[in-house]
Design a protein around this ligand. Structure first.
Ligand SMILES: [Zn+2]
Length: 344
């Protein structure tokens, strides 16, 4: 049992990101691990968050979608969690995978994060945001239902920069860690959510694009590409996104160790072929561009880069055609962690 719980927590870990370009939704870990009505299990149970992330993957039809998760600082030492759960939460916090909140009620921060990033909020509580999903017990797990929010609270005030503007800069806490999305609601100025200190401006933030890896119709991972960070993708690149573990024998033969490089240019996402066997860009207008080594092509928002049949890269939000059902998610890591659903 313990082994399987740690597998579930590892699987959740792979789906946490404080990069608003990569994340598909915002949620509060403390709220969701207490959502006992979702499964009838322990009152506080960290793996429960995995069932909600699985539900988001089904909702968005993207098994690799990460979440931007916040956690109240007190949760990291809560007596109601197991020592393993607390240790894992502290590790996530220290690795910059979750946002720790010191003096702000998480619900208020979710509203602010929504205003800054535009991402939907997953919450049982009716929050004044334009887009929210409420987790409810579903067949074999948790389901998310749309909750039409009230008109979002306008955080704009005369003479105050709109909240989204903070995403154009990079911010750093005096304690040293980068802060992807500053807290504004306490002082009106960019502040560290964890330490409450004013943030330093680290310069302009390059505009990033999220790319999803699809293998046989299942989303495997998302990664960012920005003008400062070209990314190599292949079977086993020295540095970059490694596809090897997801490929079958035939694809392993076909896909080069370093197959393509993705970069962000003035025209958008650009792919450069580095491979032996070539790369195909399926354009949204039905045409295709075949690239051989060192040839490049612009990848439009709706285009799909094919490294081999069924091994595809696409902008996040674009699902390649001919897709198979999504893979089975976090809780598939631990089939014996039974969900005890309330009887209807
Ligand atoms: Zn800090």
């Amino acid at each position: 049992m313990r082994f399987e719980i740690s597998k579930v927590l590892d699987a959740i870990e792979h789906r946490l990101s404080m990069d608003p370009v990569l994340a598909g939704a915002i949620l509060d870990i403390g709220e969701l691990l207490r959502a006992q009505e979702l499964d009838g299990g322990r009152p506080l149970y960290l793996p429960r968050v995995g069932t909600v992330i699985d539900a988001l993957a089904v909702k968005l039809d993207d098994a690799a979608v990460p979440v931007y998760a916040v956690a109240e600082r007190g949760l990291l030492s809560s007596l109601e969690l197991t020592s393993n759960e607390k240790m894992v939460l502290r590790r996530w916090a220290d690795d910059g995978l979750i946002e720790v909140l010191s003096d702000v009620e998480p619900g208020r921060r979710l509203i602010e994060l929504h205003a800054i990033t535009g991402l939907p909020v997953v919450s049982r509580n009716p929050l004044p945001v334009a887009m929210a999903y409420a987790p409810v017990p579903g067949i074999g797990g948790v389901a998310l239902i749309d909750r039409q929010g009230a008109a979002p609270v306008r955080a704009d005030r005369p003479g105050v920069v709109p909240p989204q503007a903070v995403l154009a800069r990079r911010w750093r806490c005096p304690e040293g860690e980068p802060v992807p999305v500053p807290l504004l609601l306490t002082t009106g100025h960019p502040t560290c959510p964890r330490h409450g200190q004013p943030l330093g401006d680290d310069g302009a933030r390059p505009q990033a694009m999220a790319v999803t890896v699809w293998v046989k119709g299942a989303a495997k991972t998302r990664f960012p590409v920005d003008p400062l960070r070209p990314v190599v993708v292949g079977r086993a690149p020295a540095q970059g996104v490694m596809l090897g573990p997801w490929l079958d024998e035939e694809a392993l033969q076909w896909v080069s160790r370093a197959h393509v490089e993705l970069s962000a240019g003035p025209d958008g996402l650009v792919v450069r072929d580095l491979s032996t066997n070539g790369t195909v860009v399926q354009k949204s207008n039905g045409q295709k561009a075949e690239l051989s080594r060192d040839q490049t092509a612009v990848v439009g928002e709706q285009d799909v880069v094919e490294l081999h049949q069924g091994v595809e890269l696409a902008r996040a939000g674009r699902r390649p055609a001919k897709a198979a059902p999504a893979s089975s998610g976090i809780m598939a890591e631990a089939p014996t962690i039974a969900l005890r659903l309330p009887r209807p």
